[in-house]
Design a protein around this ligand. Structure first.
Ligand code: MG
Length: 378
């Protein structure tokens, strides 16, 4: 029986905990056959993301995001991955492509050995988190397709717990902010506001003049004085804000710990937390961490970050960059493990390559019951 027929008949059942016809009990795990002569092929191409609105945070504005789309083909199946490179992180299309040139997946005959494969990919350089994330996401998508399971099932998560996603309202004039809020208010149950410039209160008041939805705020390191920041957090709490992201510069950890200790709202790290090694040192400094695949280097490390955060008694938030539905669907598979979700990157672009994957229905993240990321090419 070849792999596909095996999966169609008893294989998927057996993997999900059932028993193969003809087997007594579960004495031996059923095997997928990974033949030596089947190789993984990695390919990639640049894909510039076009943003629906000019994106402004406390430090810059932009209208496009550089991106590289990645595919891993194996035995007639294709796993999709993606590297998105917001300019402030210092990665470029060139740096991602030159990293991917170094990756030789032909030495692996079993794509399900994600730990081994990503250990090798990780060893190829010190940084390059977006390029590593692209390989990791494509590999997970491929393995989900090989096993016939959505990623959240592979991870053991309940998709009903994926929760609401925030939708970001960028910094703008009060008129535009009101317009964007009205546009979003019917479709989302929580909005996210970029603060950290002088006009924070005007932004919130503009939103409050047209909507009473709960708000998350992201200061993107913009607040300079901890006492003023704390005063503002109390004011924000009184105006329906439920969480605060990255109040001050990423290395001002003493000031941030001071704020967190006194804050009526949970304080989440974003710029202060990049990869797995950053989580433990933030215990006691932030209430929680914002995990994004372009920072963590992919799903495997993101899941390890969740485990460390939970062990430290910290909360987890899942987030994204501007990305297509590919990377957004990948991080959405982790949403059931997070207490805030900020997975709207695919909704902010006008040239998504994919249909399917994660969708927002009545403000809630809805994960498809389809293998891997559940994506189709447009
Ligand atoms: Mg942020």
């Amino acid at each position: 029986m070849d792999r596909r027929n095996f999966l169609k008949t008893g294989g998927a059942l057996a993997l999900a905990g059932g028993v193969l016809p003809g087997c007594r009990g579960a004495e031996r795990a059923p095997r997928l056959n990974f033949r030596e002569d089947r190789k993984m092929t990695l390919r990639w191409f640049p894909y510039e993301l076009e943003l629906a609105h000019t994106f402004t945070v406390s430090s810059y504005s932009r209208k496009t995001t550089p991106d590289v789309q990645v595919e891993i083909e194996y035995d007639g199946l294709v796993g999709y991955g993606e590297a998105s490179m917001p300019p402030y992180l210092g990665h470029t299309v060139e740096s991602v492509c030159s990293f991917l040139e170094k990756v030789d997946l032909s030495q692996f005959t079993d794509p399900t050995r994600i730990e081994d494969i990503m250990e090798y990919v990780g060893s190829l350089s010190e940084g390059d988190a977006p390029a590593k994330a692209a390989v990791d996401i494509a590999l997970h998508d491929l393995v989900g397709k090989l096993l016939g399971l959505p990623l959240y099932r592979l991870f053991g998560y309940n998709p009903e717990k994926a929760g609401d996603t925030t939708y970001t309202i960028g910094i703008d004039t009060p008129e535009v902010v009101r317009e964007k809020t009205l546009e979003a208010a019917g479709r989302f149950n929580i909005l996210k506001v970029k603060v950290g410039l002088d006009a924070d209160k005007e932004m919130i008041e503009a939103i409050r003049s047209v909507s009473d939805l709960p708000l998350a705020v992201d200061a993107n390191q913009g607040w300079k004085d901890r006492s003023k920041a704390l005063d503002e957090i109390f004011w924000l709490r009184d105006n329906g804000v439920v969480m605060v992201e990255q109040p001050m510069a990423k290395d001002r950890l003493d000031d941030i710990a001071w704020i967190t200790e006194r804050s009526p709202l949970p304080i989440f790290a974003d710029e202060s937390v990049q990869g797995l090694g950053d989580v433990l040192p933030l215990k006691g400094i932030f209430t929680g961490i914002n995990i994004k695949l372009m920072k963590s280097g992919g799903l495997l490390n993101a899941r390890k970050m969740i485990a460390v955060a939970e062990a430290c008694g910290m909360k987890v938030m899942t987030g994204c960059m501007t990305e297509t539905s590919c990377a957004c669907s990948a991080v959405a598979a982790l949403a059931p493990a997070s207490s805030f979700q900020d997975i709207d990157g695919n909704l902010l672009i006008t040239n998504d390559r994919f249909t399917g994957g994660v969708r927002v229905v009545s403000g809630r993240l809805t994960l498809p019951d389809l293998p891997g990321l559940g994506l189709s090419l447009k």
